[in-house]
Design a protein around this ligand. Structure first.
Ligand SMILES: [Zn+2]
Length: 310
């Protein structure tokens, strides 16, 4: 018997032999997904210059693109997500009013993002113009979606048309539901810059949306893009309190507080646990969370913060 016949005689074992070392053949009913994410990139197109302490030399959109390219080649299905405050922080924002930031997100293949307070820094008109400049880019990736469920956008129809309460993306073996929430404007955004937009309690708005994602949309994995902040010490709604206030969330990708976490915080909740993650600011890190599903629910979840280096 030659080597080929011998392998063929092993039947199913042959399949396993073709998988990379350490990878087990997944059961047919399972699915897996990796969430890659950023928050508070704040117009940091280039790496941080020397003199910025521990983040000197880190970040940069070109390096993030290289890292994403490598990860997409290595991993299976990936979603690339952002938790807001894309705007403000460098002269690139002053010059391009956020158009460059959003166009680069589109070119990097982001799937969805939410709005932070600084994304309103020039008002609703320029925000919509930046979104339009992104829509006009022809790209092979699926269309980008802005998600938010706690802004009342009836008084700002041009923005309302471009922000949806949630998004469903389907992958082999699982459906992912993605929604988003934004921080209160008071004290953060000048009234003229959020004209026509109402802010509502994020937990109250999330409950029916998450329930709909689970029960009607049949999402296996529910992800919240949150620009509330990691830990507001009880002064305002935040990411750490959210799992206890809203049942059924698997992952919270946070922003606003520029919190550097090495790995997701696991917060117990009714049906298991919620992974709460945030990776600093300025694009110096890329967050990664891996979820494996089996029939009937989540099988395993893990995550890590990956430095964006040259
Ligand atoms: Zn913010």
């Amino acid at each position: 018997m030659d080597r080929r016949d011998f392998l063929a005689s092993l039947g199913a074992a042959t399949v396993a032999a073709h998988l990379p070392l350490g990878a087990a053949a997944p059961p047919v009913s399972s699915g897996r997904i990796t969430l890659l994410h950023t928050n508070d990139t704040h117009s940091h197109i280039e790496p941080f210059e020397p003199g910025n302490g521990p983040i000197s030399g880190m970040g940069g959109v070109a390096r993030r693109a290289t890292l994403l390219h490598q990860l997409r080649r290595e991993l299976g299905p990936v979603l690339l997500l952002d938790a807001g405050d894309t705007f403000q922080g460098t002269p690139y924002f002053n010059r391009y009013k956020g158009r460059l930031d959003y166009q680069l997100m589109r070119m990097l293949g982001y799937d969805a993002g939410t709005l932070g307070n600084h994304d309103f820094d020039n008002g609703v008109g320029p925000l919509v113009e930046a979104m339009e400049s992104m829509e006009q880019l022809q790209h092979a990736h699926p269309p980008f979606a802005f998600v938010n469920c706690n802004f009342d956008l009836k008084g700002a129809p041009a923005l309302g048309r471009r922000v949806r309460p949630y998004l469903i993306r389907e992958f082999p073996g699982l459906r992912v539901g993605i929604t988003g929430v934004g921080v209160a404007f008071a004290g953060l955004v000048a009234p003229k810059n959020h004209e026509g937009i109402g802010w509502r309690d994020p937990y109250e708005c999330l409950r029916p949306v998450v329930q709909r994602l689970r029960e009607v949309e049949k999402a296996d994995l529910v992800v919240v893009l949150s620009h509330l902040g990691y830990d507001m010490k009880g002064a305002a709604p935040d990411d750490l309190q959210m799992p206890g206030q809203v049942a059924g969330i698997d992952a919270i990708i946070g922003g606003h507080s520029h919190t550097f976490l090495e790995a997701p915080t696991r917060v117990p909740q009714g049906r298991g646990e919620t992974l709460v993650f945030q990776v600093g600011f300025g694009g110096v890190n890329l967050g990664r969370m891996d979820f494996a599903m089996a029939r009937g629910g989540l099988r395993s979840a893990s995550g890590t913060s990956m430095p964006v280096l040259g």
